[in-house]
Ligand binder design. Structure first.
Ligand code: PMP
Length: 416
């Protein structure tokens, strides 16, 4: 018999009151949201920060010579400072605002990749990458003649470090690796990866989409060259995100998009570019969203990333144990909660994960079903799709119970 943890790391009931969405019901039932790996909910402070921008100082940034434009610029740049602190970047100029992780990775692939890759070079990825850390590299590989190599995973869902060591030759110019897998939940040893990659002269991009919301992130301790994150998965608005890059690398990189803001002087003959990070922020940026991301960082920081992590370990440990009660369940990924983030992918017999998700929806429970934008990993796991429950700071052990109870009912319903 599994004992239910008294969630001590966080006062979840209090936290839930910060999220207006939990006041609603779905299909007459309490909303049990177990899909934060897709996108998280937003606390009132984030929603208010965006509203306040529009209501009180809506103006374009970096160019207006009037008070509310100065206020908008100050708030936008303060958000950059907050994100820099959140990931322990050495300076705020190392933070480029993007629409999310996908855009951040594309920025590096097109800008750094285009300038630095050539035929014979290798790009080292892993078998557990999200499509957004595969496809941009394929596009740039096609154009530059560089080759993609892939580090496999072990049968227990961890990165095969021996294979990584073998594949990491001096031909490798960039290693692009997820910090936390969005399917297996595996936390990769990114510090070790960076250390080894640097020994052969390669740079490292870490996809932090599933890590930055859940663990304390210190880009200097990790030693990475680039770190990408999505605001909408960490209590911030959609359309917000950031790329951390080492300043000297960003400075040496050509622009990604051209347009206003990113220039210093333009003539028809020649354009000179702005300093970093503005060189990479062409056009009017997503100002309200960046300010909202700053508010999300304030919110998470106030609660404490260590405590959020401790809470998720507790919750995942309980969920991993309780899910074992479900007939014919296969859980993917590492056995130990300490080895994984707040994600649990599973299948039950031959019930299609979409059928499971639809069944759970009738109980007010939101999970994800599908290939999770990780088709190569699905192939490695020998499945077309999985169900996935993902947890965050506002989830409770009672919600794990609700999930398990509904899965028992699903097994009966589908006649297994
Ligand atoms: N990488 C990982 C590991 C992800 O989970 C996601 C989002 N599912 C992304 C990248 C892409 O993030 P976004 O859609 O916010 O750009």
């Amino acid at each position: 018999m599994v004992t239910k943890p008294k969630v001590q790391a966080l006062d979840v009931e209090k936290i839930r009151q910060d999220f207006p969405i939990f006041q609603r019901t779905v299909r007459g039932k309490r909303l049990v949201y177990l899909d934060s790996a897709a996108t998280s909910h937003k606390p009132k402070s984030v929603i208010d920060a965006e509203r306040e921008f529009y209501e009180r100082f809506n103006a374009n940034v970096h160019r207006g010579a009037y008070l509310i434009a100065e206020e908008a610029t100050a708030a936008y740049e303060a958000a950059r400072e907050k994100v820099a602190k959140f990931v322990n970047a050495p300076c705020k100029e190392c933070i480029v605002f993007t629409r999310g992780t996908t855009e951040a990775i594309n920025l590096v692939a097109y800008s750094w990749g285009w300038a630095n890759l050539k035929e014979g070079d290798e790009i080292l990825l892993t078998e557990m990458e999200h499509h957004s850390n595969i496809v941009p590299w394929q596009l740039i590989a096609e154009r530059t003649g560089a080759k993609i190599k892939v580090v496999p995973i072990t049968d227990d869902g961890l990165l095969d470090i021996d294979a990584f060591d073998r594949l990491l030759t001096e031909r490798v110019k960039i290693v692009a690796v997820t910090h936390v897998s969005n399917v297996l939940g595996t936390i990769n040893p990114v510090q070790e990866i960076c250390c080894k990659a640097h020994e052969v002269g390669a740079v490292v991009l870490v996809d932090g989409a599933q890590a930055a919301p859940h663990l304390p992130v210190d880009v200097q301790a990790i030693g990475c060259d680039f770190y990408a994150l999505s605001g909408h998965k960490m209590c911030g608005p959609t359309g917000s995100g950031a790329l951390y890059g080492r300043k000297e690398l960003l400075e040496a990189m050509p622009p990604f998009l051209g347009g206003g803001e990113m220039i210093r002087t333009v003539t028809f003959e020649r354009t000179t570019f702005n300093d970093v990070p503005y060189k990479f922020e062409a056009g009017t940026p997503a100002i309200a969203q960046a300010i909202g991301l700053g508010a999300a960082v304030d919110y998470l920081t106030k609660i404490g990333m260590e405590r959020i992590r401790a809470h998720e370990i507790e919750l995942v440990a309980y969920a991993l144990e309780r899910l074992q009660e479900v007939d014919d369940i296969t859980i993917y990924g590492a056995a130990l909660p300490e080895q994984r983030g707040g994600v649990i992918a599973f299948n039950i017999g031959d019930i299609h994960p979409h059928d499971l998700a639809t069944f759970l929806d009738a109980h007010g429970i939101c999970i994800r079903a599908g290939h999770h934008c990780a088709q190569p990993l699905m192939r490695r796991l020998n499945v077309a799709a999985t169900a996935r429950a993902s947890f965050y700071l506002y989830n409770t052990p009672d919600e794990v119970d609700a999930l398990v109870e509904a899965l028992h009912q699903a097994v009966k319903f589908f006649g297994r």
